[in-house]
Design a protein around this ligand. Structure first.
Ligand code: NAP
Length: 313
């Protein structure tokens, strides 16, 4: 008999297919009466698979008394109540490392696009404006700029490596100084913003980091400053960012993530100094496949009584 697995939301389809072949999968999002559905499966559920869009809260964990492990698709676990996981003595796994390089690529893609105005250039050609004259000049990455990375973790370090290849100086902010790193360290995001030209946000989402890129941080970055966010929309005070970009207090932004995504404020989309992407950091075939494999492997380890492959630290 196949073991039971509770899915909080739809998974990457090839991963879901594998899970459906190995487990009796219960799809919580399809249940018309969620509480009745959870009650009907609770005595069989030791494992849950969750996603960035469909995580799991404390109340739901409370309805699953036999729950032991949550296998999360994604490295950021802000859609899971991690405090509740710890308090309840549950195990949580995520999908680190396999997405690092793709996400770092998107950070550089957005930095280049925001500073060299890639979408604007594309539109300039398509709209026939080039026939009437050259596009206005842009800012450059090649005039001694410094990039400040908020959260120099796995992805932050991969972004730093790429920045060095683009002749950019690197500084960073985090709760701790990173071992084996010679980039200047700042404990305070505002102090970092005062000293750099571009900020790249690469720290985790969640209550602790909500709004840490504040109006003051953006104003310190200034009219020639650029913000790139590949982390979570919640880290930036989005309303203040829109005002700063609109009023010329912040130069440009390249954004992969938004506070209430997939809804993006009209006021942000109306601005010409913003480049947006629909949360595509890890959205490539090989990376999503590798992330799904980690979800599968962690669940297999749980059911085999073996150590989990990638426990969340
Ligand atoms: P990671 O290795 O855990 O790195 C996170 C870094 O943030 C660490 O260096 C950590 O250092 C720092 N940090 C933690 N709390 C902080 C705080 N309060 N203030 C400042 N820095 C803080 O994680 P990762 O694999 O690089 O992933 C980073 C984040 O990227 C994920 O949490 C996820 O939300 C996001 N992400 C986005 C996409 C996308 O598609 N756009 C894809 C993957 C991941 P300290 O502990 O020393 O502070």
């Amino acid at each position: 008999m196949k073991p039971d697995l509770l899915l909080m939301g739809p998974m990457f389809p090839p991963t879901q297919k594998v899970l459906e072949a190995s487990y009796t999968v219960h799809k919580v999002w399809e249940a018309p009466d969620r509480d009745a559905f959870l009650a009907s499966v609770a005595d069989r559920i030791t494992a849950v698979a969750s996603t960035g869009g469909k995580g799991i809260d404390d109340a739901t964990m409370g309805k699953l008394p036999k729950l032991k492990v949550i296998s999360h698709f994604g490295v950021g676990v802000d859609s899971v109540d991690v405090d509740a996981v710890r308090r309840r003595g549950l195990a949580l796994t995520n999908t680190p490392d396999v997405l690092t390089e793709d996400v770092a690529d998107v950070a550089l893609m957005l930095m280049l696009a925001a500073i060299r105005r890639v979408p604007q250039g594309d539109r300039y050609v398509r709209e026939g404006k080039w026939l009437k004259g050259p596009m206005p000049l842009t800012r450059s990455l090649q005039d001694g700029k410094t990039v400040g990375i908020i959260g120099l973790g796995r992805i932050g370090k991969a972004i730093a490596k790429r920045c060095e290849a683009f002749n950019l100086k690197v500084a960073y902010q985090g709760r701790n100084k990173q071992a084996g790193v010679s980039y200047p360290y700042y404990a305070d995001p505002l102090a970092l913003a005062k000293d750099v030209d571009i900020i790249v946000v690469a720290a985790p989402g969640g209550a602790e980091t909500r709004g840490m890129v504040s109006r003051a941080v953006m104003e310190a970055l200034g009219p020639d400053g650029t913000i790139v966010n590949i982390a979570r929309g919640s880290l930036i005070d989005e309303a203040a960012m829109i005002e700063c970009l609109r009023d010329g207090k912040l130069g440009a932004a390249g954004l992969d993530v938004f506070d209430k995504e997939p809804a993006v404020p009209e006021a942000l989309l109306a601005l010409d100094n913003v480049v947006v992407q629909p949360h595509v950091g890890s959205a490539t075939h090989p990376t999503r496949t590798a992330m799904g494999q980690l979800v599968i492997d962690n669940l297999a380890a749980h059911f085999a009584g073996k150590p989990l492959v990638t426990p969340h630290q």
